[in-house]
Design a protein around this ligand. Structure first.
Ligand SMILES: Cc1cc2nc3c(=O)[nH]c(=O)nc-3n(C[C@H](O)[C@H](O)[C@H](O)COP(=O)(O)OP(=O)(O)OC[C@H]3O[C@@H](n4cnc5c(N)ncnc54)[C@H](O)[C@@H]3O)c2cc1C
Length: 286
């Protein structure tokens, strides 16, 4: 197995263009598990850890540009204000060891329907920045990035450089059901982001369909019926939960049944909307 170690982004793109078979490795918390279990035996590994810019983040105009290799621990410690939904999700990933190594870029690269980054990226309207040496940069909205179970829109010669998460303008929440409280892959998960200026609520469903997905009908319901100046109508919150549950298309597996997941998504959706709404009204009163 060849081991490629670029030190700059340009070198990394060149290496991927010349060796599209090379498997990128950032934290290695997915890649090394697959190699150790014999699921994958790549002809080459492309180690991105020396590419310093992948570990950087910055505020650019109306978005936070988060380098693909920023580890979860740093998102939790330093970006709770800029990326509240993603930071909540990051807090639930694996263990401290996994959070020190694992990254959002790696979560996107793996494109597992159960990845915890995906629901907040969908709810906030994030955009994935990918690049290839020969075709340049592509900006892919998160909802177009996920193409199937562990399949994404990434081409073999492309690398993920960053995600652009719109500047936070309202409350955001992430909630996850697992078979225990830590070190657990989601049975299902849900993220919500309020966008008060646009009078819009974004959603993201995790681990309850072949890909992470938005609950579009539920979003449309709130866009049409939510009174942004009033307490949340419990009947509306219930209908929102029902439409989110209807947007799920889960399977039965070792972690949970499809029926349980559908039910749980409805509960998580109603609950996170209520938390976010209480914050929204609290901020207005303050
Ligand atoms: C014990 C344990 C617990 C875990 N718990 C959770 C959990 O609770 N929630 C969760 O979501 N995940 C969990 N995971 C899975 C894993 O930690 C996450 O998916 C993590 O985000 C992967 O990031 P990484 O940097 O380690 O990726 P890597 O393993 O380095 O890479 C993952 C994939 O992304 C590709 N890739 C990496 N960087 C790039 C790039 N810049 N461009 C293109 N492709 C790239 C790789 O080729 C590979 O296909 C767990 C894993 C373990 C071992």
């Amino acid at each position: 197995m060849d081991f490629l170690r670029p030190t700059t982004w340009e070198e990394a793109l060149a290496a991927k263009a010349d060796r599209p078979d090379a498997v990128p490795i950032q934290g290695g918390t997915d890649v090394m598990v697959e190699i150790n279990f014999g699921v994958r035996r790549p002809s080459a590994l492309l180690d991105l850890n020396r590419v310093a810019e992948l570990r950087e983040w910055s505020m650019t105009g109306d978005a936070c540009r988060l380098g693909a290799g920023v580890p979860y621990a740093e998102i939790v410690d330093r970006l709770g204000g800029e990326l509240p939904g993603l930071a909540q999700a990051a807090r639930t990933v694996g263990s401290p060891q996994i959070r020190n190594r694992g990254s959002v870029g790696g979560n996107l690269g793996a494109a597992s329907p159960a990845g915890d980054s995906h629901p907040p990226l969908l709810a906030t309207g994030a955009v994935v920045e990918v690049e290839s040496r020969d075709r340049g940069v592509r900006m892919i909205p998160a909802e177009e990035f996920y193409r199937g179970v562990k399949r994404s829109a990434l081409e073999p010669d492309e690398l993920i450089r960053a995600v652009h998460v719109p500047r936070v303008t309202g409350p955001q929440y992430f909630s996850k059901v697992g078979t225990r409280n830590a070190m657990v892959i989601a049975v299902c998960s849900f993220a919500i982001a309020l966008h008060p200026r646009e009078r819009r609520v974004g959603t993201g469903i995790g681990s309850a369909a072949p890909t992470p997905r938005r609950a579009l009908e539920a979003e449309e319901l709130l866009a049409a019926e939510l009174d942004w100046d009033a307490p949340l109508d419990p009947a509306l919150a219930r209908r929102f939960g029902e439409l989110c549950a209807r947007a799920a298309a889960p399977i039965d597996d070792v972690r949970g049944s499809a029926a349980y997941r559908v039910h749980a998504i409805g509960v998580l959706a109603r609950r996170t909307l209520t938390w976010a709404w209480n914050d929204h009204l609290g901020r207005r009163a303050a």
